[in-house]
Design a protein around this ligand. Sequence first.
Ligand SMILES: C[S@@+](CC[C@H](N)C(=O)[O-])C[C@H]1O[C@@H](n2cnc3c(N)ncnc32)[C@H](O)[C@@H]1O
Length: 225
Amino acid sequence: MPTLDARLEAVLGLIRSDVHVDVGSDHAGLPTELVRRGHVRRAIIVELNSGPLEVARQAVIRAGLGDRIDVRAGDGLAPVSPDEVQSASLTGMGTRTILGILNRAGERMPPVLVVQPNDSPAVLRTWARAAGYHLTAEHLAPGFWIYPVLRFERLTGSDPAYAGLPLTAALRYGPHLLRAGGDLLRRQVWDDVVRLTPLAAPGRPAQRDLETAQTALDWCSESTQ
Ligand SMILES: C[S@@+](CC[C@H](N)C(=O)[O-])C[C@H]1O[C@@H](n2cnc3c(N)ncnc32)[C@H](O)[C@@H]1O
């Protein structure tokens, strides 16, 4: 039985829907486990590149799930019809790639998105606030790096997750993560403080980033008192 790493387990835990699309699936580990464990009834895999597309097709056949997982070639959400899926996942990609896919999606955007970028998710949090999505959950998963996992849901009004928090620090480090103040976040913020301290000087971007990290560190300390 294939197992998922902590990163994809964290993603899987945030998905429950009827039909789900996993964009950029490659090994198909996430969608096969979503179907097997009953988190979704059906799944669609979208792959841009022919190599990973074939890997995904073979994995679905090996799992005996060809009747419940549809493998499609294409870019992002383009091969999915409007209203065909209730949720989408985009994992193991750079923030720019994810943002490009979301910006091209138009009316194909589902109401729930779970993303796991390989770099800072700050721009995704900023994008979500402008695009009418609330950040309903976020985790940090241990692995080769510390992987951020975020769940967004299309909802009206301003996102309550940010209420009462310093906005720049919340966008950089995550409002739910700041409130929780866990060990992985603390490590991440502390690494930033150590990296930025020798670079910071008045007027430099590093100075602003260091102040953001110090604000986040204060919040982490407060949340455990
Ligand atoms: C590093 S793999 C991640 C695999 C898997 N999602 C994971 O998290 O382990 C990224 C995959 O995204 C695919 N990809 C990149 N851009 C894409 C796009 N615009 N549309 C669909 N797939 C894309 C690549 O072909 C590659 O297979």
